[in-house]
Design a protein around this ligand. Structure first.
Ligand SMILES: Cc1cc2nc3c(=O)[nH]c(=O)nc-3n(C[C@H](O)[C@H](O)[C@H](O)COP(=O)(O)OP(=O)(O)OC[C@H]3O[C@@H](n4cnc5c(N)ncnc54)[C@H](O)[C@@H]3O)c2cc1C
Length: 295
């Protein structure tokens, strides 16, 4: 199929972008890696594509205090290759799973967040880390915690007249470790189930806080504080000791219906295994004597 006809504009300022989006018939075009297939399959018929790639100031990628700030037109591959990504260890763990390198060279970080595919990696990273998203709209700018931004499948707190102008990812502190894994049928496919984890320990290695975000398992990323779950697994936090608790968690939060790729039960089992494994890894990486394991 071919896309239905649309107008195309490429404003140079954010004000002009917002003026073009006024009325709600336009769609922001960032990297086009999701929007163009949507148009080609006629799953969407916006009157106007508002290309934001020439807007000055949206391509910033910088450390700003205790966050790494990623502007709306920063490509996924640019972030993946930037030394700044190391300050937010979940990013280099997750970015290689986002489609293929060629797609990441065009696709933007904020485009992935705005698209809000429930099986996408970057929304899960944003939720696990407690990232903040900056949205500009007709009533000005607002800052939205990632966990509040994702409200359903392909649905966010940004309305049709809004633009996501940047995302702020907190820089990891001392005593933090992270884990990330997903299972997909082929590399580059969207995940059947995946998890992002973050564990913080004190100087003696005692667990202070543990967070886990599942993706591909519901209509949006689902985040839980799993501090007690991790503590209850005993001092070794061994994966088999965690498995019963993550299976219980899976029964609570994995509600994606079965499809040709796997049943709900299968996704629950995937989630339980991945969650136990990535919590254990994050804990190990957080310890003061952390050494990278080969697994
Ligand atoms: C074959 C294939 C495999 C893929 N696999 C994966 C995968 O495994 N994981 C994954 O996460 N993604 C995957 N993707 C999607 C890809 O990563 C996209 O780059 C990403 O989802 C959207 O980024 P984009 O910059 O291309 O956005 P676009 O395609 O330009 O836009 C996507 C949507 O977000 C809106 N939007 C974009 N930017 C903004 C903004 N700043 N403010 C408000 N709205 C905005 C658009 O209006 C549109 O509705 C895949 C895509 C393809 C074609």
């Amino acid at each position: 199929m071919k896309a239905a006809s649309f107008a195309y504009v490429r404003p140079a300022t954010l004000d002009d972008v917002l003026a073009e989006l006024a009325g709600g018939d336009g769609k922001v075009l960032a990297g086009g890696q999701s929007l163009v297939p949507v148009l080609a399959m006629r799953l969407g018929r916006p009157a106007t594509l508002v290309d934001i790639n020439s807007v000055e100031g949206l391509d910033g990628l910088a450390r700003d205090g205790d966050v790494v700030r990623v502007g709306a037109t920063v490509r996924q591959r640019t972030l993946e290759r930037s030394p700044l990504a190391a300050a937010v260890p979940l990013l280099p763990l997750a970015l290689p799973f986002v489609g293929h390198r060629e797609l990441r060279s065009r696709g933007t970080v904020c485009g992935s967040l705005a698209h809000a595919d429930p099986a996408a990696e970057l929304p899960a990273v944003a939720c696990c880390l407690g990232a903040t998203l900056e949205v500009a709209g007709p009533d000005g700018r607002r800052r939205v915690p990632a966990e509040e931004f994702f409200v359903g499948a392909m649905s966010t707190g940004a309305g049709p007249e809004d633009v996501l102008i940047g995302a702020e990812f907190p820089i990891a502190g001392a005593g933090e470790g992270h884990g990330f894994a997903e299972i997909a049928r082929r590399h580059g496919d969207f995940a059947l189930a995946g998890v992002a984890t973050r564990v913080r320990v004190d100087g003696d290695g005692a667990v202070q806080q543990a967070r886990l975000t599942g993706f591909g398992i519901s209509d949006r990323p689902v985040t839980r504080d799993v501090t007690e779950l991790l503590r209850s697994a005993g001092p070794r936090r061994a994966e088999p000791d965690l498995r019963a608790a993550t299976a219980e968690l899976a029964a609570e939060i994995v509600d994606t219906g079965g499809d040709a790729h796997g049943s709900t039960g299968y996704r629950r089992r995937l989630f339980a295994v991945l969650a136990a494994r990535e919590l254990q890894k994050a804990h190990r990486r957080a310890l003061p004597t952390a050494t990278e394991d080969p697994s």
